[in-house]
Design a protein around this ligand. Structure first.
Ligand SMILES: [Mn+2]
Length: 369
C-alpha cells in the first residue's frame, strides 16, 4: 500500500491586493496552512507529498517563503516522506531564474511538465510510476513511455488551466492515459482551485484538492488536502480539512430592521474571527444604510468584512415617504424619481448608487431621516 497526501494551488507569497489591510496576515495564514499540510503528511505516515502546481504565487518567491518551504520539506524528508512538486502556471519552471532552477529544493523531486517525464520510484519494494502531464488549452499531453504497461502503481500529475471546464475534461482524463486504462491508477490534479473528484463506475480515477487556503470569494468554505491510498485494489481517498480562514458569502434581509442598530446586530450575529465575509443587504429598506459605517462598527466581529447594499431604493416605500419631505433630501429624491422614470433599467442602478452615496453622507449613524 502506498500512501500519498496531495495538494495544489497554495500560491504561497500571494500579494492579496484586494485585501490590503490583511495582506501580511493572509501570507502568514498560507504558510501556517503549508505547515499543517506537512504535519498531516507526517501524522498520516504518507510516503509522498505531491503538489500539483502553483506551490508559489510566482516563480520568484521571497527568501522567507522559500526558507519556510525548505524547512517543511526537511521535516518531511527526516520522516522518509518525499516531496514531489509539479510547477504550475503561477510558478512556472520555464522562466529565467525560476525558484526551481536554483537548486534550493535539491532533495525534493521537481517534475518539469514540459519535458513530459515519467519517473519511477521504489517505495518499500513497490514500483510507483509518476507521469507528469501537460494541459494546454484544450489538449492534454502525457509522457510517451514504455512504462505505461509496467508492473507497479501509476500516478499522473496534471495542472489544469484555470479556465478548464471540469466536465469537458472528464472523459479525456482517463482516455488519454494509457497506463490508467491498462493498469488502473490515480490522477492528482491541480489548477481548478476548488475540490473536484472524477469517478468511473464508482471507482475514483482522479481528484483535484483545490486550494488549501482560499484566495478569494470564489474559493469559499472548508478547504482540503487529500489522502490517497493505492494498492492492489481500488484507490481510496479521504478529504482532510486544512484551512485557517474561511471565505463566505451571505445575504441579509434588512426589511425587518427599524434602525442601523438593528442591522448592526444582525450583521454581528454572522461574525466569526476566522471568516472573510461578504454580506449582501437585500429586502425593502426602512432607512438609507451607510455601509461604510456599518462595516466599521461590525468589523471586529469578523476577520474581514465586505458589505454590498443591494436594497432597491428608487421604488421603495421609504423613498416614496421621503419624497414628501421639504428638506433637501426630499427635493433630491423627487428629482431622482423623475429622472429614473425616463432611464432604461440598465442605467437606473447608476442613479440608485449615486443616490445611496449622497444620502449615506447626509445622515448620521442611526439618524432620523
Ligand atoms: Mn493556481
Amino acid at each position: 500500500m502506498i500512501r500519498i497526501l496531495h495538494t495544489a494551488d497554495l500560491h504561497l507569497g500571494s500579494v492579496f491586493s484586494e485585501l490590503p489591510g490583511q495582506a501580511a496576515s493572509r501570507c502568514a495564514d498560507q504558510l501556517a496552512t503549508f505547515e499543517r499540510i506537512v504535519a498531516l503528511a507526517v501524522s498520516n505516515q504518507v510516503h509522498l507529498l505531491l503538489v500539483a502546481g502553483d506551490l508559489f504565487a510566482s516563480p520568484w518567491p521571497t527568501k522567507e517563503v522559500v526558507a519556510c518551504v525548505r524547512a517543511g520539506f526537511k521535516r518531511l524528508l527526516a520522516k522518509g516522506i518525499l516531496p514531489v512538486i509539479l510547477p504550475g502556471r503561477s510558478d512556472t519552471l520555464r522562466t529565467a531564474d525560476s525558484v526551481y532552477g536554483r537548486g534550493v529544493f535539491e532533495n525534493a523531486l521537481v517534475l518539469d511538465p514540459h519535458r513530459l517525464e515519467c519517473v519511477t520510484l521504489d517505495i518499500g519494494g513497490q514500483a510507483l510510476h509518476l507521469h507528469a502531464g501537460l494541459a494546454e488549452g484544450d489538449s492534454i499531453a502525457w509522457p510517451a513511455s514504455d512504462k505505461d504497461e509496467a508492473e507497479g502503481l501509476h500516478v499522473g500529475l496534471l495542472h489544469l488551466p484555470a479556465t478548464a471546464a471540469p466536465e469537458g475534461y472528464a472523459d479525456r482524463l482517463s482516455e488519454a492515459t494509457p497506463w490508467q486504462s491498462v493498469r488502473g491508477g490515480y490522477l492528482v490534479l491541480g489548477g481548478l482551485h476548488n475540490y473536484r473528484e472524477w469517478r468511473e463506475d464508482g471507482r475514483i480515477v482522479g481528484c483535484c484538492s483545490g486550494s488549501p487556503e482560499g484566495l478569494n470569494f470564489a474559493e469559499q468554505g472548508v478547504r482540503y488536502c487529500v489522502l490517497c491510498c493505492l494498492g492492489s485494489g481500488q484507490p481510496s481517498i479521504k478529504k482532510l480539512p486544512v484551512n485557517k480562514r474561511f471565505f463566505e458569502e451571505k445575504s441579509l434581509d434588512v426589511s425587518v430592521c427599524r434602525s442601523t442598530q438593528d442591522v448592526l446586530e444582525m450583521l454581528r450575529s454572522l461574525g466569526s474571527p476566522d471568516v472573510l465575509m461578504r454580506v449582501t443587504l437585500t429586502g425593502e429598506p426602512n432607512l438609507v444604510l451607510n455601509t461604510q459605517i456599518l462595516r466599521q462598527q461590525a468589523a471586529d466581529a469578523f476577520y474581514y468584512l465586505e458589505i454590498d447594499d443591494q436594497t432597491p431604493l428608487l421604488d421603495s416605500s421609504l423613498f416614496k415617504k421621503l419624497a414628501h419631505s421639504n428638506k433637501l433630501s426630499g427635493l433630491l429624491i423627487r428629482k431622482a424619481q423623475a429622472r429614473a422614470a425616463c432611464l432604461p433599467v440598465s442605467e437606473r442602478h447608476l442613479l440608485e448608487a449615486a443616490m445611496r452615496d449622497i444620502l449615506e453622507r447626509c445622515q448620521p449613524l442611526g439618524g432620523d431621516q
